[in-house]
Design a protein around this ligand. Structure first.
Ligand code: GTP
Ligand code: MG
Length: 458
């Protein structure tokens, strides 16, 4: 066995916000900046995540030295989860909280708060994840004169008083919305205590203005408030399954975010499966091949012997067909402890997938994480749940709902997030008159259902 060592890992940061408010553009900008400024040989691409290394953070923060003279970079970088969206965020669950250390809530300054902004805030509150608000698209404010990639505190000086006033009013409005959800908020340069006040950073993901302050602020905040949480050591890896993916030549693989320890080739690990936990061994650990190394006959991935937290990695292993996205991922240090791990994973999963003998709705979702998000939304809306499970809507789900329908018509329904309605289920639902509310946006499902209940009662 190797000698134990400790290190500070990259904090895991997730980008959330309403549709079209600029999450992907912001991540592309951050990645672009990182790729453009990185030292030769530094790989920033990981499976499902990108790392902005400390050397790049240093360069980005350089022009900010006069505003933040004390900023020293002690973390090895920031790890951004690539596929944004709060359904995914909910996937990042671990025992007792979220894998995400911090979040960036992107709000379009022109549009302000929208339904998914509220949904994101609710998730962040429930999971107790600290966040900053990126007030995006400042370049769209009337009269804005952009200076590409400039710090906000510089570009703001080139704007007319009228433009500044419009921006101030919009930020004031966002702060007001945050206040309605229980958060004090201020423009970042006016915040006195970052533990009590949410920082709002005006940015443009398109022009890059303000992005350096956003990165510098995230760095400063994690270093000041969560350095202890970021210490990890060469123990067996812990992670979360982000996606289950078919890869040509490899079969079914899982993309995993490792938040603790070391993962090695041949390690025995356990994850949740569709019907029962899956225990198998790492066949290969795969990282994306850097673009410039792409050759005609080589795959998109390159093999590595081991990976360290925090990272994203593709795991190839036998028996992954049944793997469940959103599942916890644990390396089992030795086979004699298999029973403990089986018990742990089953417990974690059965908190979410359950069956109760009461009048309530049937909910179905595509991953454990999204099932949890849907379940929490049901709790908030005070809608009782009879059956919660992962998978497509089946004939059996319709039977469950039709039983409830007889005594409590308003609960005799199926709410389905991001899953299919199987043909035989559709047929039976039509015959039994069981309504199925389907969408890939949680608040749409709830809205439609609420509307239907209202009509039913009238
Ligand atoms: P979903 O993934 O669909 O939820 O959207 P998103 O939040 O990832 O938004 P995306 O980055 O795709 O941006 C939506 C649109 O807004 C695109 O047309 C972007 O070009 C535009 N956009 C994003 N950021 C900015 C910005 O700072 N300024 C301007 N003018 N347009 C922006
Ligand atoms: Mg997007």
């Amino acid at each position: 066995s190797s000698t134990s060592r400790e290190w500070i890992r990259q904090p895991i940061i997730v980008v959330m916000g309403h549709v079209d408010h600029g999450k992907t553009t912001l991540l592309d900008k951050i990645r672009g900046t990182a790729v453009a400024r990185k030292e030769p040989g530094e790989i920033t691409q990981h499976v499902g995540a990108s790392i902005v290394p400390a050397s790049v953070l240093k360069k980005i923060a350089e022009p900010l030295r006069k505003y933040f003279p004390k900023l020293q970079i002690e973390i090895p970088g920031l790890l951004f989860i690539d596929t944004p969206g709060h359904e995914l965020f909910a996937n990042l669950r671990k025992r007792g909280g979220s894998v995400a250390d911090m979040a960036i809530l992107v709000v379009d300054v022109m549009e302000g708060f929208q339904p998914q902004t509220v949904e994101a805030i609710n998730i962040l509150k429930e999971k107790k994840v600290p966040f900053v608000v990126a007030a995006n698209k400042i370049d769209r404010i009337e009269g804005w004169k952009p200076t590409p990639d400039a710090p906000f505190l510089e570009t703001i000086r080139n704007q007319s008083q009228r433009t500044i006033n419009i921006l101030e009013e919009k930020i004031y409005r966002i702060a007001g919305e945050l206040y309605n959800h229980g958060f004090e908020a201020e423009r970042f340069d006016r915040v006195r205590d970052f533990r009590r006040t949410v920082a709002i950073i005006p940015i443009s993901a398109k022009t890059g203005e303000g992005v350096s302050e956003l990165l510098a602020l995230m760095t400063g905040l994690v270093q000041q408030f969560m350095k202890k949480k970021l210490v990890t050591s060469s123990e067996p890896a812990k992670g979360v399954v982000l996606e289950v993916k078919e890869e040509p030549g490899l079969g079914t693989t899982i993309d995993v975010i490792i938040y603790e320890g070391v993962l090695k080739k041949n390690d025995l690990f356990i994850i949740a499966g569709k019907s029962k936990p899956v225990v198998t061994r790492v066949r290969a650990l795969l990282m994306p091949r850097p673009l410039q190394d792409m050759r005609m006959h080589e795959g998109r991935f390159t093999q590595v012997e081991e990976v360290y937290a925090a990272t994203g990695v593709k795991v190839s292993a036998p028996d992954l067909d049944d793997a469940l996205a959103g599942s916890p991922f644990y390396v089992i240090p030795d086979e004699t402890r298999l029973q403990d791990y089986l018990k742990m994973v089953s417990e974690e999963v059965s908190e979410l997938r359950f069956k109760v003998e009461s009048d309530g709705v049937v909910i179905k979702a595509d991953t454990l994480g999204s099932l949890e998000a849907l379940l929490e939304a049901m709790r908030r809306e005070k809608i009782p749940v009879r059956l919660a499970d992962v998978g497509n809507v089946s004939r059996n789900d319709v039977i469950e709902a039709s039983v409830v329908k007889k005594s409590k018509p308003e609960y005799g329904v199926i709410l389905a997030f991001n899953v299919k309605l199987l043909p035989e289920a559709e047929e039976l639902a039509a015959r039994e008159g069981v309504k199925v509310f389907q969408s890939n946006i949680i608040y749409h499902i709830i809205e439609e259902y609420a509307k239907w209940v209202k009509e039913l009662r009238e």
